[in-house]
Write a protein that binds this ligand. Sequence first.
Ligand code: ZN
Length: 945
Amino acid sequence: MPNLFHATVLAAALAATLPATALDLAARIPVGPQVKVGKLANGLTYYIQKNAKPEHRAELRLVVKAGSILEDDDQQGLAHMIEHLAFNGSAHFKKHELVSYLESIGVKSGADLNAYTGPDETVYMLPVPTARKEHVETAFTVLEDWAHGVTLNADDIDKERPIILEEARRNKGAQERVRKALAPKLYNGSRYVLREPLGKEEVIRTAPAEALRRFYRDWYRPDLMAVIVVGDIEPAEAERQIKAHFAGLTNPAHERARTYADISPYKASDAVVFTDDEIPGNSITLNYPVRFEPDPGTYGSYRDKIIVSLVNMLVNQRLVELTQQANPPFLAAGAGAGSVTARYNAAMVVAGLGPGGMAPALTALEQELQRVRQFGFSEAELERGRKARLSAIETDAKARDTTDSVKFVAEYQRNFLAGEEIPGIAAELGLMREILPGISVADLNAAARKAFPADAPKLILYTGNTKAAPAPTAAQLLAADAAAVQAPVTDHAEKKLAQHLMERPATPGRIVAEAHDDKLGLTRLTLSNGVHVILKPTPFRKDQVLLGAKRYGGISLADENDIMNARIASELTAMMGVKDFSPLDVDKIVAGRKVQVNVGMSDYTDEINANSGSGAEDLETMFQVLWLRFNGVRRDEALYQAYVGKLAEVVRNRAVTPEQRFFEALGDTLYGANPYVARTPRQEDLGKVDLDRSIAMYRQRFASAKGMTFVLVGDFDVAAIKPLVNAYLGTLPTPDLPLAYRDVGLHVARGVVKKEVHAGTEPKSLVSLTFSGPAVWSDPEAQRVQVLIDVMNLRVTAVLREKLGLIYGGQVMGGVQREPYPHYEIGAVLPTGPEKVDRLVVAMFAEIDNVRTNGPTQEELDKVKANWRTTYPQRLNDNGFWLGHLLGSHLTGTSPERVLTLMDELEKLTVADVRAVAQRYFDKDNYVQVVLMPEPAVQTASVAR
Ligand SMILES: [Zn+2]
């Protein structure tokens, strides 16, 4: 078939050489071949994609295009309440049966863990194992029940009311007060303000079942629903299930119109000041008017979105640049143009205020925007933006077959709710390559002027506390803003920079020993400078390479007077850049390369955590930044001054929120006010901060790589990475240094210790219980303790929440640790109301007693095992898990091969084993109980305009 052959070659050659055909910007971007999108006769939309990451799993979603915005006056909060009740009784599952069933197949669950309610949507999420047909069948039954089979009977509703009130309680505090005060202005009186998903407490307390049923009947209907299935499942089977379960749904006879709430743009500039002494820090926000811009899903709107994302990136870079000087106008700032709801776009700029307060910050923000409007961006900036966008999409494209189903599900959800295009990653890469080169500086400038218009009315918000100085008035804000907009500005200066951070070291190190571990797929190297390296290439995620190292030492080696300098050493040195390059220079030089490198000290260890893409440039840049963190510490007095200013603000805002005060008291109670406890700096710490001392502390640990084993995991080739390993890791300096940590006395208090902390004005409490003491450390013991913790968490949900209605959510956590001495710490943190604290403590101890006496039930233990069975194979396919595991087993000298037998050990665990662990560690003569109670009510908030 010579002709056909020629035609194909010719077509390929043409595609490669001809300039890209101009896109029809008005045309809609077609749905890509990766997904099947269909619609049933009743109007229900569905999306199906086969995706084998993770294996034997599928992500199911029921997306209902209805939320709190549609509630009638007597239904405020009921959209959310229905979402809870969907887990509490439906056509095929009686109360608690659904949650229990999901747990039995390994799905951790509970309302809100698996669903959420927004103003415009309610989304149910169901991750399911697909290896067995009956699990798949039941999963679709669950989805169908949610869609039209929720029982909503009066008893279940009454049981759910206190749980939802506890959820509402969790949101109380300064954040909520700020939102409630400012939202009416921000949304300009829109219905969005009147219909927050959590609704009204009065309605939640008293709403009759009829009101819930009315919402369910009106809005849970097929023409407002989508079913999404992405995962390791045959598409034909998924489609068959969707048809079987959803084709029978009908729309109500007299449909109510699904309307959308409007937001009107500001008519005139305005300012609002809100102060509250529980707000941890002061800030200002400039809000620009909303624009009605629903996404038409066309090539043109896609191009516009790319342009806006470039504008955001470049404006933010300029704002960051302003913080990198001795007296920055603000601590941090960010700007963003984007969607407010599915149909409205708007831009805002926000700054966290420094010691100078409002005026310099507002001036700097307005002037920076004015500079953009007047002079625009430079070609160099645009080119950096292009590189970054292209690099990100290239990674997504490379990683397509190793991308988790959850990510695809999110895209289809956005398509259904907001019309976002879904061309598939291959087409998107093509589009990006076609569109990016054609975007000009003029395009960016026009988009910036549209997003941040000079003369449009805007809303200026000031929020903060009055601890240090009084807040400005609204009139002062407006006056300062008007002056700032008028002030003359000059063009942004862009300095020329090197292409690379450094040359590759001329004389690389050598590999002096090499060993292979075929069981775990490891290559172990010893380099000529004594540094050890473990290489584990994996197929788990394309374009991802992780690098880590850990050794004993850390902050424990610092003298008491140096703790502060040791604690800030990593952050301080990291924020000064490397060698001759400021941090901003570094960002510009490495623009478009996927590289992150963190070097720092924990309590007992020195740690390195880095990652990069798998491309040669990315990898080499990661090694260079790492190498320079050993050899190129940069000292910058101006950046140090900026850092000290920031630290002073942190100190000033310390212990402002009730939670901060609680956790500070908790740390002091557990560890007896030990100065080595990680805590927010205090006034007396500031005097101890010293630039040179801090750099010295850093150099004491990171001028040498001695004793470090570097672990590399991910998408790389062993032969190809060896030259980089030799050149960079093999040339790190390795002079002697101490390689053991010190026990500085961070031991949990013994005996029964109880403390009550009074903080905060809202009726909110927190109960913390900590059991701790010496333990025999071993991997199997650590696993048994983890199983005990999992069992306790099942009871927190089943008993404290579902049975007793004492909490919305709480958590038990902890484990067995080796440092500074082998011991265990198991703690529970349980948020509740002040009037429920006593009952909660009694109930928690009753569960502890019960587990000590009887162990878990067989059913509970089976649920814990089922969850491990589903999650553990996924962890074994995760680069991050392997990095942590190899670093940990190397540090503690245990066998890394244990990962291969861990599940066998777990399967053998019995009820008696877990009971024995509970008896060993839940010692009622030895625990610390700290309770947060509110202060006597005082009025702390005020709004002024
Ligand atoms: Zn909820």
